[in-house]
Ligand binder design. Structure first.
Ligand code: NDP
Ligand code: BG6
Length: 479
């Protein structure tokens, strides 16, 4: 399975500002929890200037829709400002109808005409099975020439379906008009990986197999499937987060520096490092399922879908050959944290042999990418006393303390889609490449092992570690 070609020369990265936002799936869960709160924040920042048109089946009036948006915002945003909600509600209209019904599309087209819209953002907050139909219906009323689409994850179920979906979408939209959303790419701390690596002369020279012993990336959640049992049971942890969020983070940690500031160069480097990644070796992978998962509403009683997966990855490049990359993701775990730990090689022990004490520990660089984002360097310092012994000390930065409150990922990405900036979206070849990496795990998943909630998953996850490595529990920022 080789990487499919993407004609990067065809991809312009910046496009005209949008003059309307169309939300397919406006009555759904994602809109409620993430999109309306983000629209509210854009409105509050003075960054929303367009009409927002919801499209959904529910038999609601415009006023019902505005009330729903208001309640969603009040539920998910602290200290809401009434005038900002009023201003946002002024922008909202609903086209009520089924996507299979031609009348829905005519009404949408007329409404966009009434707003003199030429460049709309069509946001697909809908079940993935509807993506092709909605793209084709947009084409049927010629709206595909008047905008770009934002496509939610999961983008396909495996390599073949991702290729097929890309082909369907490409039959309607050019690649530069397809914004594939992965909200991890909108997180400031995830984007900071590039700045951290390439703007710090201290870091870049050691960021390779000569100095790095191993890298591990953990995405742990204490929550279970939380009312999304039926969706989750058709997906599992590999498709839900490993193929997308986790591998995007790995690509930012592992890629070479982009050749320039243009977003296409960044995508090129991601595509290259994903291409250098070996498909998952199923003997170096452990799947788990938390005890009680099968009792969740919507989950099959004999389900063998994983809620945890740990795998050892290999990146066959000059920079990384021989360095193990461990990834683990799971629900129902002991803590909620997303963290990358880069473990450097140990120094020679000559100086420290004098009294037969323990050798210095290894330096760690811990990059916190979830809540409490920041970075901790675990360094060695002399233990007070007569001996030349050393011990771990943490040099820690908490980004919230350093920078204050930053924008939420969905707010940033919605703003990008409206502005027409592709930088923080996923390109076709990168998405297909990540499916190529996980495909063996889908074809030959092996058994799913039980684990209790509030643990770190099945103990068998240790079996994928080599060189006496250990899993590091996520760090806490210094208080
Ligand atoms: P929901 O099932 O909650 O919402 C689906 C939406 O699609 C509803 O507004 C529904 O309208 C509309 N819809 C479905 N079928 C039709 C149809 N035939 N005609 C018209 N409208 C239709 O889904 P989510 O909001 O949870 O997910 C949406 C997308 O976002 C999915 O791709 C999902 O994978 C992705 N996503 C979701 C996340 C989440 O936390 N929810 C997180 C990350 C991604 P109505 O209800 O009025 O019938
Ligand atoms: C979503 C997954 O994409 O990411 C969820 O579908 C997961 O299962 C969520 O809980 C985690 O996002 P975050 O931003 O809370 O780490």
């Amino acid at each position: 399975m080789s990487a499919r070609h993407v004609d990067t020369a065809q991809i312009e990265t910046n496009q005209p500002e949008a003059d309307a936002l169309v939300l397919f799936g406006a009555t759904g869960d994602l809109a409620k929890r993430k999109l309306f709160p983000s629209l509210y924040r854009l409105e509050k920042d003075g960054a929303l200037h367009v009409p927002v048109i919801g499209v959904a089946r529910s038999d609601w009036t415009d006023d019902d829709f505005r009330m729903h948006a208001r309640e969603s915002i009040e539920q998910h945003v602290d200290d809401v400002d009434g005038a900002t909600i009023d201003a946002l509600c002024e922008r909202l209209d609903l086209v009520q109808g089924d996507y299979s019904d031609a009348a829905t599309w005519n009404e949408l087209s007329d409404l966009l005409d009434s707003h003199d819209s030429c460049v709309a953002v069509f946001y697909m907050a809908i079940p993935p099975s509807l993506f092709p139909m909605v793209a084709e219906k947009l084409q049927s009323v010629d709206l595909h020439t008047r905008g770009r689409i934002v496509v939610e994850k999961p983008f396909g179920r495996d390599y073949a379906s991702a290729v097929e979906l890309n082909e369907t979408l490409h039959s309607v939209f050019a690649e530069d008009h397809i914004f594939r959303i992965d909200h991890y790419l909108g997180k400031e701390a995830v984007e900071d990986l590039l700045v951290f690596r390439f703007a710090n002369t201290l870091i870049e020279p050691v960021w390779n197999r000569n100095y790095v012993r191993s890298v591990q990336v953990t995405m742990a959640e204490t929550i279970g499937v939380e009312g999304r049992g039926s969706f989750y049971d058709s997906v599992g942890a590999i498709r839900d987060v490993l193929q997308n969020h986790l591998l995007q983070v790995v690509s930012l940690l592992a890629m070479e520096p982009p050749a320039g500031a243009d977003a296409g160069f960044l995508q090129d480097e991601k595509a290259k490092v994903i291409a250098a990644m070996r498909p998952i070796d199923c003997t170096a992978m452990v799947r788990g399922q938390y005890v009680g998962y099968r009792d969740e509403p919507g989950v099959e009683e004999d389900s063998d879908v994983e809620t945890f997966v740990a795998a050892r990855l290999e990146i066959d490049s000059w920079r990384w050959a021989g360095v193990p990359w461990y990834v683990r993701v799971g629900k129902g775990l002991a803590e909620s944290a997303t963290e990358a730990v880069v473990e450097l090689r140990e120094p020679p022990r000559m100086l420290f042999d004098e009294a037969g004490g323990p050798p210095p520990g290894r330096n760690l660089i811990r990059l916190r990418l979830g809540k409490n984002d920041g970075v901790t360097f675990v360094l060695q310092a002399k233990t007070p006393g007569p001996q030349m012994d050393s011990e771990d000390i943490d040099v820690d930065v908490d980004f919230a303390a350093a920078f204050g409150e930053r924008q939420d990922a969905y707010q940033r990405l919605l703003g990008d889609a409206l502005r027409g900036s592709l930088r923080r979206f996923a390109r076709q070849d990168v998405v297909e490449g990540t499916w190529r990496v996980v495909q063996p795990a889908l074809d030959d998943p092996g058994p799913v092992l039980p684990y209790f909630r509030e643990t770190w998953g099945p103990a068998e996850a240790d079996s994928i570690l080599v060189n006496n490595d250990t899993w590091y529990p996520p760090s806490k920022p210094a208080s």
